[in-house]
Design a protein. Structure first.
Length: 119
């Protein structure tokens, strides 16, 4: 199974569409067997990221905030989404492996920070 964590270096990105990288963790037998960093494309096309992650075999996505359109596409592609995480990427993947990660009801609010939201 591949779990993608939206990453800004060692920390989970505050916003899915603006992360610098996706840390793609391959999980086998409740442990990380492989880690690959995938750079977020510099030019965004509406709906591109969920499709790109699905093409890389991702089944689970962990992020900070995320827009409603991207969230909807992720669900349509049968990927699980955990949003609202703050902290280190390693802590996020450890919590997911331990079954302790919770999905928070947060989303990108375009009215509050439109310049920060890009899907």
């Amino acid at each position: 199974m591949i779990v993608a964590v939206a990453s800004d270096g060692v920390n989970v990105s505050n916003h899915f569409g603006h992360c610098k990288y996706f840390a793609l963790f391959t999980i086998e037998e409740d442990a990380v067997s492989h880690l690959e960093l995938m750079k977020n494309p510099e030019v965004h096309v509406h709906g591109q990221l969920p499709t790109l992650l699905k093409e890389h075999g991702v089944e689970v996505i962990i992020t900070g905030t995320i827009g409603e359109h991207a969230s909807s596409l992720i669900k349509q592609k049968n990927m699980r989404l955990y949003k609202g995480f703050q902290g280190a990427v390693q802590d996020a993947i450890d919590a997911w492996i331990d079954g302790a990660l919770q999905d928070e009801e947060v989303s990108c609010n375009h009215d509050q920070h439109q310049s920060e939201c890009n899907h």
